[in-house]
Design a binder for this molecule. Structure first.
Ligand SMILES: [Zn+2]
Length: 190
């Protein structure tokens, strides 16, 4: 995502091929213009829905939300497959973070009704959109991410849903200020 090759990153950080990386370790990325979105795609028939969430927190990134989910007892940490950052906790606003569950193609832990953890890709925006509005950069990133996933997995617009739309779920998620009509309109224009 930084357009810097692995050997350059290894040299800049005194890493060898035997080095082990740990979660939360800070790496120096030399000579980069900054991250560009890279969305890894894996052939699969598993994914039929996309479920949109908010974290209901003011701040966060994949690491800190991972810790939060661990504390809530989610056995594998970050319950979503993707997280869209809001410019807090050292991340730029609109950055798309890919969670370990997506890389491993594991079930989510984000919507435990109607079998949605098994068939739904969980995407969460950092923020509490019961209280604030969704920043434009974050909505742009969400549209890009969702369209990329829809195109690859053949997921129709009708299967792009909010957490609150999952059958048997009583939640406001992703918040009453989430611009759902505008978002769905932008998907339909693709
Ligand atoms: Zn949710």
């Amino acid at each position: 995502m930084y357009h810097v090759d692995m050997n350059t990153i290894m040299r800049a950080n005194n890493l060898t091929s035997n080095s082990k990386l740990t979660m939360g370790q800070v790496l120096v990325i030399p000579d980069t213009q900054g991250p560009v979105p890279v969305i890894p795609l894996y052939p699969s028939k598993k994914w039929q829905y996309i479920v949109i969430h908010h974290t209901a927190t003011e701040a966060g990134n994949a690491m800190t939300i991972n810790d939060l989910h661990h504390k809530r007892g989610f056995w594998n940490g970050l319950g979503y497959h993707f997280l869209i950052d809001n410019g807090t906790d050292g991340k730029q606003q609109g950055l798309i973070e890919v969670g370990p569950r997506w890389v491993k193609q594991s079930d989510g832990a984000h919507a435990n009704a109607d079998g949605m953890n098994q068939k739904g890709i969980g995407i969460s925006l950092v923020g509490n959109f019961s209280e604030t509005r969704v920043p434009e950069h974050m909505l742009d990133s969400l549209v890009f991410l969702v369209q990329t996933l829809q195109n690859y997995y053949g997921i129709p617009d009708s299967h792009v849903i909010r957490h609150r739309d999952v059958k048997g779920k009583h939640t406001e998620c992703p918040g009453n200020n989430f611009p759902w009509q505008e978002f769905k309109h932008r998907l339909s224009m693709a």
